[in-house]
Design a protein around this ligand. Structure first.
Ligand code: FAD
Length: 517
């Protein structure tokens, strides 16, 4: 009786009971783990929260939310859907920091991955006894990974700018930041994963074991399985960093210097920098933004007037790690590396900060925006990868031709190069077909009533690139037609589709990406 009660509860949640009853096949009901029915919630606040994300653009309502307490709960839910004559979709929601509903499930079930944390009993992040790797739950935030590993004097080498993202969420995209040119994106820094496929199999995969699934899942937009554990390599953590920003008014000089700096990129090369990024400074009131406040207040006026004179100032940002004792040495080494760069004289700014403070640099900006009610607002972001050979055209046509003219920018605009050789082509992630390419991020915040202007600008940028033959690829992609997805994946589409049929033949997983659903 209990089993039938729970099953009918789940069926009514997913809206299939009528169908089921009409088929009169109750004796053939798929087995349902009694435990998960109680973890399914139709509570309005849980459903509302699963209908939203950081973007505040999409609103997609699921039928229910699963609050799992174990990997088995997640597998049981996927199995129940898989075995069902009327399967329902299932979306893992990490921290919901997508901007276009990618972690939502229309009429399906959203898995609130954060619920797993409470039940890990301290085993969500386990550093190996030799400190060479950490086994990390897919639901864990990178912020927590940093803190747990630093306690052992070690840390991962590849990061995102912002740490309140989950391991499963960034590994489903790529996980990029200023470390990527040297260490590759986060997806290039995974030894092994546990994944629940759309067939409800719990599979351990690595480059040697079930490698097809391993590479499919990395950058796979959640299409092939739910990551419940990732084994992340660790290295000895530095104590402090030297953090430098240099300003340019000449885009050619700016990109030439960036490319020079990322050309020294051996993992063990002592001359290599540890982080290289760049951004546009435009007229937004202050040269600082929520990504990090950096410039000394006494210099704000000087920088602001440069921006007024030039329209756009390009800011090259680098970091070199060091230990407490080696501050002088790193200063000397860095001076050597940066010697001969073409930033504007007198416009180099530098500071020493703790390593953890640098990695968590966005947190204070978030707190400031939150206190002003400006964090939970629409985020019509556009993130692109642009081939190096076309970045000058992109500057002329997009930065100067569209963005400067429209003059609506609200939020950081990032532009920094990385090396294709640090990515593995077997992974699902899509990048331009050129050895060096740029990540360009328009990280806009808009009001609830002026979002359209940003959507229009994004559309104009994409149209311009299309017409000018600039072969951009979207990062954190969002498309509304199948053709656009096929075009996005290009030569990888056949494999992507074939792996979908293999690992999620009923198209259950991550429907919010809108690739197969
Ligand atoms: P969600 O938004 O919850 O999910 C994203 C997708 O992954 C969905 O399709 C979801 O179904 C799927 N998914 C979630 N968890 C799992 C899992 N365990 N297994 C399988 N699939 C899963 N990205 C960068 O690369 N670099 C940055 O510097 C960076 N900075 C950012 C700063 C901010 C303020 C924000 C909001 C985002 C930033 N991002 C950055 C983007 C971020 O990496 C993506 O939005 C990522 O998807 C967010 O992770 P999440 O845990 O919130 O995932």
């Amino acid at each position: 009786f209990t089993a039938i009660f729970i099953i009918s509860r789940l069926m009514s949640i997913v809206g299939i009971s009528e169908h089921w009853n009409s088929m009169n096949i109750s004796s053939k009901l798929p087995p349902l783990d009694v435990a998960i029915a109680d973890k399914l919630s139709v509570d309005p606040s849980a459903v509302e929260s699963a209908s939203r994300d950081y973007g505040h653009i999409a609103k997609v309502v699921p039928k229910a939310v699963l609050h799992p307490s174990s990997v088995e709960d997640i597998a049981a839910l996927v199995k129940f859907s898989y075995d069902n004559p009327v399967p329902f979709t299932v979306a893992a929601k990490g921290h919901g920091h997508s901007v276009r509903g990618q972690a939502m499930a229309d009429n399906g079930v959203v898995i609130d991955m954060a619920s797993m944390k409470k039940h890990r009993n301290g085993t969500g992040i386990r550093v190996s006894s030799d400190g060479h790797y950490a086994d990390v739950g897919g639901e864990q935030l990178w912020f927590d990974v940093l803190n747990a590993t630093l306690k052992r004097g070690v840390a991962p080498v590849s990061w995102t700018d912002y740490l309140y993202l989950t391991v499963g969420g960034t590994l489903s995209n790529a996980g990029i930041s200023g470390q990527s040119f040297r260490f590759g994106p986060q997806i290039s820094n995974v030894y092994e994963m546990d994944v629940i496929t759309g067939n409800a199999d719990i599979v351990t995969c690595s480059p040697k074991k079930n490698s097809e699934l391993f590479y499919a899942v990395l950058g796979g937009l959640g299409q092939f399985g739910i990551i419940t554990r990732a084994r992340i390599p660790l290295e000895p953590a530095p104590k402090r960093v030297k953090w430098v920003r240099m300003l340019y008014n000449d885009f050619t000089a700016f990109t030439r210097d960036q490319e020079l700096l990322i050309s020294i990129n051996g993992r063990r090369d002592k001359n290599a920098l540890d982080y290289v990024e760049g951004s546009l400074l435009m007229d937004q009131g202050s040269p600082d933004n929520w990504r990090s406040s950096f410039f000394p207040p006494k210099d704000h006026k000087r920088i602001t007037s440069l921006i007024s004179n030039h329209g756009i100032i390009y800011c090259l940002e680098v970091v070199k790690h060091h230990d407490d004792q080696t501050e002088d040495i790193v200063d000397k080494e860095l001076r050597q590396v940066l010697k001969g760069l073409s930033y504007m004289p007198g416009l180099m700014f530098e500071k020493h900060v703790l390593y953890a403070e640098f990695l968590n640099r966005v947190e204070s900006g978030e707190a400031k925006l939150r206190s002003r009610g400006l964090w939970d607002v629409p985020h019509p972001w556009l993130n692109l990868f642009v081939p190096k050979s076309q970045i000058a055209d992109f500057n002329e046509g997009v930065f100067k031709g569209i963005v400067l003219k429209r003059n609506i920018t609200k939020g950081p605009v990032l532009v920094y190069p990385m090396n294709r050789q640090k990515w593995d082509d077997r992974m699902s992630a899509v990048i331009p077909d050129e050895e060096v390419f740029y990540a360009v991020g328009f990280l806009h915040s808009s009001g609830f009533d002026d979002r359209e202007a940003f959507d229009d600008q994004n559309a104009e940028i994409l149209q311009f690139c299309d017409e000018a033959g600039i072969r951009v690829k979207q990062y954190l992609p969002h498309f509304t037609s199948k053709d656009a997805w096929i075009n996005h994946f290009g030569s990888k589409w056949e494999t992507f589709q074939q792996k979908k049929h293999q690992f999620d033949p009923k198209m259950l997983l991550s429907p919010g990406q809108r690739i197969f659903n």
